[in-house]
Design a protein around this ligand. Structure first.
Ligand code: KG4
Ligand code: ZN
Length: 342
């Protein structure tokens, strides 16, 4: 490694339905970020089909890595370490990235670093805001996760709250399917909601009793389904725009409610948003306003870094690399990997 060139990490992400590779230097400078999205393929089935996802990853993985290296104007000989998502996610999908990363690491004799997918989402903020340093609070909202985390230091996390049932993005996807918008639901609901009234239907905002800042979205999702059924039984018209806007507002109220409480109770003055649902502009605006009136600095990656990508895995891998974390060739996919666990 040439000191002046920085630590160059080739990162791989295949935990769900994006086959992605990126080259990131010193954790914050993205030289390339290539994503092959499988969304069109899974849309046919109304959601991600795990077996199809794995097969497509196998087909595409070498192509996205080659493109990532070409775009970065590098070869594997220029790479100092390989970062790869090893959990959580779909086991067959994760295995494709893990096997590829192990093969490259072994062939080139360079370190391998297994990365937690949520740590990747959090680290997307380091790419977007070069000055952001822990500690800060981070809300990660994606298709598989809803976590409110106190990022104490690089690689050090205290989970303040998590969903007790559905993830926020999962609720968006299920409601979108129910109102006939299809997959992936989040962006479709956001777009339709722009023409609807957010106060048209009073969907419930669940709060979880007891300590912590936990979330629940399954009751809200059921309330939407019940509302749709009752309209059908009464032969009343369903205004798709109003259902979308009212549901989206209910999700945002639940998320912002816990964030406000956590900011006030911890006194932390930096807040970051992350994960696919963080690309929702209404949510971004709501949380920016929450932070703005409390003198809290607000951070949020651009939408392309919110949804799954490999650049965020490269950023997380860098801070693990610096901390001396190395994975062996026995690295395996861990579908239920907990944040902070190795
Ligand atoms: O982070 P991500 O790409 O994958 C996971 O790690 O799950 O998140 C995907 C999720 C999907 O549920 C998708 O519907 C949701 O993020 N999503 C959105 C928006 N864009 C993507 N949800 C709400 N509004 C959006 N604009
Ligand atoms: Zn994700």
């Amino acid at each position: 490694m040439n000191q002046q060139q920085g630590i160059r990490i080739l990162a791989i992400e295949t935990s769900c339905d994006e086959t992605a590779a990126a080259v990131v230097v010193d954790g914050r400078e993205v030289r390339s970020n290539i994503i092959f999205s499988q969304i069109a393929l899974h849309t046919l089935y109304g959601g991600v089909v795990p077996e199809i996802a794995s097969r497509k990853h196998i087909e595409k993985i070498n192509q996205v890595i080659t493109e990532a290296l070409q775009k970065a104007e590098m070869t594997l000989d220029d790479i100092d370490a390989i970062g790869v998502t090893y959990g959580p996610g779909l086991v067959g999908a994760l295995l494709v990235g893990v096997a590829e990363a192990k093969a490259i690491g072994y062939a080139k004799g360079i370190p391998l670093i297994g990365v937690h997918h949520i740590e990747g989402h959090i680290s997307a903020n380091y790419i977007e805001d070069k000055d952001l340093e822990p500690p800060f609070l981070c809300l990660i909202v994606s298709g598989g996760h809803t976590h409110l985390v106190h990022v104490l230091d690089y690689g050090s996390y205290a989970i303040l709250g998590r969903t007790m049932d559905d993830a926020a993005g999962e609720a968006f996807d299920k409601v979108a399917r129910a109102i006939g918008l299809g997959y992936p639901g989040g962006p479709k609901i956001e777009s339709v909601a722009r023409r609807g009234r957010s106060d048209a239907i009073a969907f419930p905002r669940a709060s979880i009793a007891g300590e912590g800042y936990h979330f629940s979205f399954s009751g809200m999702k059921s309330a939407v389904l019940n509302y749709l059924n009752s309209c059908q039984m009464k032969r009343e018209a369903i205004v798709q725009e109003d259902v979308a806007a009212s549901f989206q507002q209910a999700v945002i109220d639940v998320l912002t409610g816990n964030v406000i409480r956590a900011l006030e109770e911890t006194g932390v003055k930096k807040f970051a948003l992350a994960g696919g649902v963080a690309s929702n502009q209404t949510l971004r605006n709501a949380l920016a306003a929450v932070c703005g009136c409390r003198d809290v600095a607000f951070y949020c990656p651009s939408p392309a870094l919110c949804t799954d990508n490999a650049a965020m895995i490269g950023a997380a891998a860098y801070y693990n690399y610096r901390a001396g974390v190395r994975s062996g060739l026995d690295l395996n996919a861990v579908p239920n990997l907990k944040l902070g666990e190795r």
